[in-house]
Design a protein around this ligand. Structure first.
Ligand code: SDX
Length: 393
């Protein structure tokens, strides 16, 4: 039934809800957004068009897309008082700590979009979050590097605006390279939604109590931060750097197999994909394009990544366990080449996934039958017993 968790001692995945948004076939390595294959969307669409598709279920007409893009563009600025939040953080605060806090604080500002019984207010809350996450994430980056915040610009597309807010400085004009903007836009699209992953389930569960929509998305941001989930892109690049050179790969492959060693190959394996993650294939292509453009095609990190992938895909340990590169394996290489520090990688993932969280939240809120009920448990603790006074213990 919809919304019922069933306990499975084998811990194999069980249906948490029904949904019409994203379909994954883990064995085939297939991912569809509202029926459209992810590689076709990455090659032919744009993130703002994919946002429309995920939210409303169909690809937009030209007029609808223009209207949707205008609505998002007109909400990209944050309330001026939100700037003061950043000054309360330490400069070395992790961007995900800042984004979790500031997204939650949106609930303190936008009172005209929190009555979730009103479809209009649900819509404006959704548009505001899609529009403002790039600004909030870019401000977290600027604050961490001690540079002034850069305001959003209405003449730039979604990805270019984000890059401009991150890398422009008052001292000189910053021109967004179209190839870099395209790679950024594809990264947003590839991360936009992914069925009932941990952070999406967190948003659904939070939303099932009719909680404030901004607070529900902040809960999703917090869950995504974990290195087993969205934090894997930061961990994957740090791992590739730790390996450093191709000749050290066997040492780390051995560690990944050693049950006494907690080391895992970050960016490998997936709860659902037991085949190649289709997003990783698109990401690898983007990585080559961006590195060629930036003249770093002999980037040692990419060389280690490609050699590690080749070795792992031939190694029986990984083949038997169906451990393939996932979306996080290559994304860090692109973000690093563009100029982001590893600490920003998961915040960019959160920015991308906001539309997926919102689409899933709207789908649930709009149909009470889809609300996740209150999950139960199988109790395996102490049987009933009487209290023992401390004098007798
Ligand atoms: C994301 O759910 C989503 O959709 C998430 C996501 C999204 O878009 O929202 O796709 C984003 O979170 C991608 C995953 C990012 N995480 C990582 O890359 C971290 C490294 N990966 C592992 O922690 C692990 O692969 C998981 C948690 C991602 C998946 O775990 P599984 O598939 O359930 O595998 P498991 O933990 O049950 O392990 C099965 C076997 C074990 O060995 P045996 O006990 O059988 O001997 O495979 C081994 C594990 O030790 N194994 C690994 C490994 N992952 C699993 N060994 C080495 N390196 C790894 N990465």
């Amino acid at each position: 039934q919809t919304g019922l968790f069933t306990y499975d001692p084998g811990f194999t995945s069980t249906a948490a809800c029904d949904s019409a948004i994203t379909y994954i076939d883990g064995d085939k390595g297939e991912l569809l957004y509202r029926g459209y294959p992810i590689d076709q969307l990455a090659d032919n669409s744009s993130y703002i068009e994919v946002c429309y598709l995920l939210l409303y279920g169909e690809l937009p007409s030209k007029a609808d897309l223009r209207d949707f893009e205008n609505r998002v563009t007109r909400h990209t600025m944050v309330h001026e008082q939100m700037h003061y939040f950043y000054r309360g953080f330490r400069r070395d605060a992790h961007p995900m700590a800042i984004v979790t806090g500031v997204v939650g604080a949106m609930a303190a500002f936008y009172h005209d979009s929190t009555d979730i019984s009103d479809p209009e207010q649900r819509e404006i809350a959704s548009i505001r979050m899609i529009a403002k996450l790039p600004t909030i994430v870019a401000m977290a980056y600027k604050y961490s590097v001690g540079q002034p915040f850069v305001y959003p610009r209405n003449d730039l597309d979604y990805a270019s605006n984000f890059l401009h807010m991150c890398f422009a400085v008052p001292a000189e004009e910053y021109k967004v390279d179209p190839v870099v903007a395209r790679a950024m836009d594809r990264i947003f699209t590839l991360h936009a939604d992914h069925e009932q992953n941990a952070s999406t389930s967190t948003v659904r569960l939070s939303g099932s109590s009719d909680a404030n929509p901004f607070a529900c998305i902040a809960a999703g941001v917090a869950c995504l931060w974990g290195p087993a989930h969205g934090g894997a892109n930061e961990a994957a690049l740090n791992m590739l750097r730790q390996i450093g050179t191709v000749d050290r790969i066997p040492e780390f492959i051995a560690r990944a197999k050693d049950k006494n060693d907690p080391f895992r190959l970050m960016g490998f394996g997936h709860r659902v994909y037991k085949n190649y993650d289709p997003r990783a294939a698109v990401m690898q292509e983007s990585a080559r394009e961006v590195l060629d453009l930036l003249g770093v095609e002999n980037n040692p990190t990419l060389q280690v990544a490609q050699e590690l992938e080749k070795i792992a895909l031939e190694d029986p340990y990984f083949v038997e366990r169906k451990l393939y590169p996932n979306v996080d394996f290559y994304s860090g290489i692109i973000l690093d080449a563009i100029g982001f520090p590893t600490s920003m990688f998961t915040a960019i993932f959160a920015l991308s996934r906001t539309v997926g969280w919102i689409a899933q939240w709207k789908e649930m809120i709009g149909d009470p039958q889809k609300k996740i009920g209150r999950p139960r448990q199988l109790y395996n603790g102490a049987t009933k017993r009487d209290y023992v006074d401390i004098s007798a213990r």
